[in-house]
Design a protein around this ligand. Structure first.
Ligand code: MRU
Length: 364
């Protein structure tokens, strides 16, 4: 997607081929800066500190982290160490482990002399595949938006989303936002309700930045406002991304997604989840019991960072000093609350049979 007319992906190989560059998402929306990552440790730090975030992008960054480790030392021991380091950065998004497994399988059979080159080729292919996958999610999701638009001619389709499941969370296009971009580009009037998404505000900071950059009408709302808007008929559909989807269609996504799904269910509003196949954990059958939920620093709740009126970026404390705070990063929305899953292969029910219908190679 474009920033100020220039096309960007969220991660790319540096010109000298010895590093990758990323958009530093901790600085958005106020500053557009890029970071150069030269080692696996740099990549692990960028994932942990959320300079990069979003399930597919975490996977892509880990893939390049393995490349950089092999550039320095192509031995099996270095490969193992990089996989362990990167795999321990964030627990919930399964794309991380998927990408590490893909990279490991690609380079292990290759002799150490050619390993780094093979790794870079594989990482680039994974990134290209993610772009195409997200584009196809957009194509399939567009049919949902179009259907709603046809039922209310001349009026915008009001879509509520949570967190950032746009191009900044992927390599390009995004998951939940891809259908919205496609609808907008197709001339379908859309308006997006953007949940601010406390505590890190990925909605207010990143989703709003993306949508604004693409010219998509949107309004930022407090996380608590969605239920009220749904009760009053101001939301036609919800769509979010996911960080891990069970084989039975439960999804883990940014904390607060579950409450939006409950509110949508109570108001009879369709609730869709968009995902690439890399987000499906086929080994799990019960999201609430089995998906590991990240717990992050309580300081993300007690403090906020933003731009002061003098233009300076400042961090301020917003809670009563000394009070305890608990910061779960994700929650699980059970399949029964999900109207449908939007994947690169099409739409399906959030169920084992639904997913197997799209991914029959997973049967048995
Ligand atoms: O903690 P984050 O910002 O990495 O969480 C991201 C999300 O929850 C997204 O909704 C998810 O990764 C969807 S796919 C882009």
């Amino acid at each position: 997607m474009k920033i100020d007319g220039t096309h960007y992906r969220t991660i790319w190989l540096a010109d000298d081929g010895r590093a990758v560059e990323i958009i530093d998402q901790t600085k958005l929306p106020h500053e557009f800066t890029t970071l150069r990552l030269e080692t696996a440790e740099d990549c692990a730090r960028a994932i942990r500190d959320m300079n990069v975030r979003g399930a597919p992008l975490i996977g892509a960054t880990a893939a390049y982290g393995i490349c950089l480790a092999l550039l320095a030392d192509p031995s099996d021991a270095a490969l193992d160490a990089a996989c362990a380091l990167l795999g321990a950065t964030r627990p919930t998004a399964v794309n991380l482990h998927w990408a590490i497994a893909e990279m490991r399988a690609a380079v292990l059979p290759i002799g150490t002399q050619a390993r780094a080159e093979a790794a870079f080729a594989r990482a680039a292919a994974l990134c290209d595949a993610d772009v195409e996958t997200c584009r196809m999610i957009g194509v399939h999701g567009l049919s949902i938006v179009r259907g709603i638009a046809e039922a209310k001619p001349g009026r915008p389709v009001n879509i509520l989303t949570h967190c950032n499941a746009g191009w900044l969370g992927c390599v390009d296009w995004g998951t939940a936002l891809a259908p919205i971009y496609m609808a907008h580009d197709a001339g379908i009037p859309v308006h997006v309700w953007v949940d601010e998404t406390r505590p890190r505000n990925q909605g207010a900071a990143l989703t709003a930045f993306e949508l604004g950059g693409h010219g998509v009408p949107h309004t930022i709302i407090a996380d608590n406002a969605g239920g009220h808007l749904m009760q009053h008929g101001h939301v036609d559909m919800c769509i979010t991304g996911t960080d891990r989807t069970t084989a039975t269609g439960d999804v883990a996504n940014k904390i607060g997604t579950y409450l939006k799904a409950l509110a949508a269910d109570a108001s009879g509003i369709p609730f869709y989840v968009a995902l690439p196949h890399t987000t499906i954990d086929w080994s799990l059958t019960d999201g609430i019991a089995q998906i590991p939920i990240e717990e992050r620093d309580a300081r993300e709740i007690t403090h906020v960072t933003g731009r002061a009126e003098n233009g300076e970026i400042v961090t301020v404390e917003i809670s009563a000093p000394g009070s305890a705070a608990l910061n779960y990063g994700f929650d699980v929305t059970p399949a029964r609350l999900i109207t449908g899953l939007v994947t690169e292969r099409g739409l399906c029910a959030a169920s084992r049979e639904g997913l197997l219908g799209l991914y029959p190679e997973r049967r048995g």
